[in-house]
Design a protein. Structure first.
Length: 560
């Protein structure tokens, strides 16, 4: 499957006359980071958006089967009611020639409860080219039209020697705005982008992602794969549960040395590592585990004290276990790689919540601590709502050489009538509109050992997609993510745990290929040593596949 192929979600629409003007001051061609352009407007599914489209003025157009003699410069489009969140390309077609006259891109917002806190807050990423007085003047001009300022900070600047791709979004000003009463979210985004011009790089809603629905299971005494579901938080065994199959242990002399995996997750706690994957016998962090950073607070490289406090993990220790699978001495795919734990998720409402604002800050922290060419970023988190600023930072980071790995999601519908919801940032691996290009992300699906295949990882075994694993054309690689044994009482399931195995393998590939760019490295990983998931294997007898399973390459760690 070639995910670099452009998959454009488009809409050939009728043309109507409208009121609120969008698009004239924006244009999807505005791209502070190449490939990360702004939309021409923001809207919600089922709503009407009025665009400035002077190219269609005076030309015959078709509206719901009725031909109009000509259209005006302002055109109102109705977003289809079932349009999922993300970028939507709109085509304007000449009714006489049936040729596309021009296009516009609309960012379709995720549905939110009107009174939810997320629906009343906007994050604004301001150009790093502006001085402090210029930022002051810009905010003084913009805020009266949309709301009040909640907070403001300067994102940390990346280290290393950037390639010639323009300034990084990191280093810019990140402002949080509380919307004024009666101002809809989409209206605020449109006004900020239009009135901010080239100084406003990326206005976005602040949304909450998560680390996925974790499957918590107790293994049977025989470790045969028959497991009992557990709803409580994980408990940790004082000693490894035996026997166990180690998923890592790469061959070929590569361990990931010289590369660092940034684990943006729920934090890191040595006490949640009872089998000493990343700690010594006294429970202290190994030297290759960098100081954990708390990116839930503004980050200042000159004063690290606030960011070094509160970085510990919570509940079941999701981030600690993800780090073990990426880099653990026993279970890790890259047992010699450096680890940078960055806390971007916090406990809330019975689950871990990861604000897109905190994830954006965490990405900039990772680029500030480790040069991009030596960095692998693991994102075992995600949600339905894309964020333009995160797309831009990931885009810029990969242009500098960073490798990005993201969990594909645990939301398979198991029905013939529904398609699986896309999971961002993994879904950025394909393009939804040319203004927002496909990123060379490794988007990870989870696999399960097939019947009779045991738990071995040899190339003769077939590993079908796990029943919970999201299906989607943006997914391009898979790894074991079902009933993983880390030597604890519980087994671990979810694309959250498949992703760090891919991140570890990416670190091995980076060590072996230190000078290639991120896109070439992804191609190498996808086309190199691997085994193939059986496309015809059903997910389970109880829930047969509604459609054929897509063939995805699966890592064979001994190939490095």
């Amino acid at each position: 499957m070639n995910v670099s192929r452009q998959v454009i979600r488009g809409l050939r629409i009728g043309l109507l006359y409208g009121g609120l003007l969008c698009g004239a001051a924006l244009g999807a061609g505005l791209a502070p980071v190449p490939g990360s352009g702004l939309p021409d407007a923001w809207g919600t599914a089922g709503s009407k958006v009025t665009l400035s489209v002077p190219e269609v003025a005076g030309k015959p157009v078709r509206v719901s089967g009725v031909t109009l003699p000509s259209a005006g410069q302002q055109v109102t489009v109705t977003i289809p009611i079932r349009t999922p969140p993300g970028r939507l390309r709109v085509q304007f077609v000449n009714d006489s020639t049936q040729q596309t006259i021009t296009t516009r891109d609309i960012e379709v917002l995720a549905p939110q409860a009107p009174n939810a806190p997320e629906a009343r807050r906007v994050q604004l990423l301001i150009s790093p080219k502006l001085t402090t007085p210029q930022v002051d003047a810009l905010l003084a001009r913009l805020l009266p039209n949309v709301g009040t300022l909640n907070s403001r900070e300067t994102l940390p600047i990346p280290v290393g020697s950037p390639k010639t791709t323009g300034p990084s979004p990191c280093g810019g000003t990140l402002a949080e705005i509380q919307l004024g009463a009666g101002i809809p979210l989409e209206a605020a985004l449109n006004q900020l982008a239009q009135q901010g011009g080239e100084d406003v790089w990326y206005p976005d809603p602040i949304t909450n992602w998560g680390v996925g629905a974790l499957a918590q299971t107790l293994p049977s005494p025989s470790q045969s794969g028959q497991a009992q579901a557990v709803q409580q938080s994980f408990h940790y065994a004082p000693a490894p549960v035996l026997p166990r199959v180690v998923l890592g242990s790469p061959a070929g002399g590569m361990t990931g040395a010289g590369v660092t995996i940034a684990v943006l997750d729920t934090g890191f706690s040595p006490q949640l590592d009872p089998t000493h994957e990343l700690t010594d016998a006294q429970g202290n962090r190994l030297p290759r585990v960098l100081l954990p950073i708390n990116a839930l607070v503004p980050y200042d490289p000159a004063n690290l004290a606030p960011s070094l406090s509160g970085a510990q993990d919570f509940w079941e220790g999701h981030g600690t276990q993800v780090a073990m699978l990426a880099a653990g001495a026993l279970s890790g795919a890259a047992p010699g790689v450096g680890v940078l734990p960055i806390k971007v998720c916090s406990p809330g409402d019975g689950r871990a919540t990861c604000s897109t604002k905190d994830v954006l800050r965490g990405l900039c922290v990772a680029l500030n601590r480790v040069p991009a060419q030596q960095l692998v970023i693991n994102l075992s988190l995600g949600g339905a709502a894309p964020t333009g600023a995160i797309h831009a930072v990931l885009n810029w980071a990969q242009l500098q050489g960073a490798v990005v790995v993201a969990a594909g999601g645990n939301r398979h519908q198991n029905t013939a009538s529904q398609t699986d919801p896309e999971e961002y940032p993994a879904a950025f691996a394909r393009s939804h509109a040319p203004s927002q290009g496909a990123l060379p992300i490794l988007a990870v699906a989870s696999t399960t050992p097939s019947a009779g295949g045991g738990r071995s990882l040899n190339a003769s075994s077939l590993w079908p997609l796990s029943p919970f694993s999201t299906r989607g054309s943006y997914l391009n690689i898979s790894a074991p993510g079902d009933l993983l044994d880390l030597g604890h009482v519980q087994l671990y399931s979810g694309t959250s745990f498949a992703s760090p195995l891919v991140a570890g393998a990416a670190a091995l590939a980076r060590q072996a290929n230190p000078n290639v760019n991120a896109a070439a490295l992804r191609t190498y990983i996808l086309s190199g040593s691997r085994i193939i998931v059986g496309a015809s294997t059903p997910v389970s007898a109880a829930a047969p596949q509604a459609a054929p399973v897509q063939v995805l390459p699966m890592l064979r760690l001994s190939g490095y």
